[in-house]
Structures are given as C-alpha cells and as structure tokens.
Design a protein around this ligand. Sequence first.
Ligand SMILES: [Zn+2]
Length: 154
Amino acid sequence: MLETPHVAFGMAIAVKTGNPYIAIPMALASHFVLDVVPHWNPHFYTETKEFGKPAKLSTTIALIDEFVAIGLTLYVAYAFLPNINTSLLILISSFLSVLPDQIKFPFFFFKNMRKGIIKKWTKWERSIQVEVGPFWGILNQIIVTVVSLFWIFT
Ligand SMILES: [Zn+2]
C-alpha cells in the first residue's frame, strides 16, 4: 500500500486508543494488515529486477506519496496541540505504520544494499502484498485514508 493510507490509519489508532502501550504495537501491526487489503502500488521490485532501478514514474509517485504522508502527519499532530502527549503519539504511530516500507528503500536506490537482511526483508514484504488493478487498488486506498481522517477528527 502507499504510505499515505498507512499513516492515516496509524494516526487514527493513536488518536482513538490514546494509549502508547496499545497504539505503538498496533500502529506497527497495522502496516501488515493494510498490505493484505487489495491495493495497487508502483512496481518497484519488478522494475528494479528488469531495469536495475525503479522507473521514473514510480519514483515520482513514491516521492509525492512520501511528501503527502509527511505533510498529513505534521498537520494531524499539529491539530492536536497543545495536547503534547497525543501529538507525540501521533508522530510515533505514523512513523511505525510505514517503517516496514521505509526500510526497503535502500534496496531499490542503492545497488550495494541489495543483499543480506534488507534483500530478505524486501522480498518477504513484497510477498505479503495483495495486488489489484489501479482503479480499485487506488480507490481502496483513498477510502482507507478518508475513513481514517474522518475517524481522527470525529
Ligand atoms: Zn508494506
């Protein structure tokens, strides 16, 4: 799944539980739950195997997604100020909700990182994805994002 729905869902967990002992493990676990919800993603792995690196369009989509995810995280964390505990929990949960993907990026962008544990992790993380075509696969992710944000602010 893209990073934006992951962080939206992770932050909803933070806001709705309000408890770091529940939110922190749940935010991390939520990553794998969302990865098995049918979705569409840029094909970083296939492209890297075929061309030696991700295609330009895929990299652009991933970059935009990263910026939106970071912007959304900062916005939600800021919206809960002056409640510093909730804001901090939002930041931590957001980070953990995408950590399993973030540690894959060195594999794609640095040739000398395509070995050992990063390679194993990237292959495994890829193997759990449930992929569908772009239409339903993107619509699903918009729904996850919108429902999570609605949940956060109501
Ligand atoms: Zn993932």
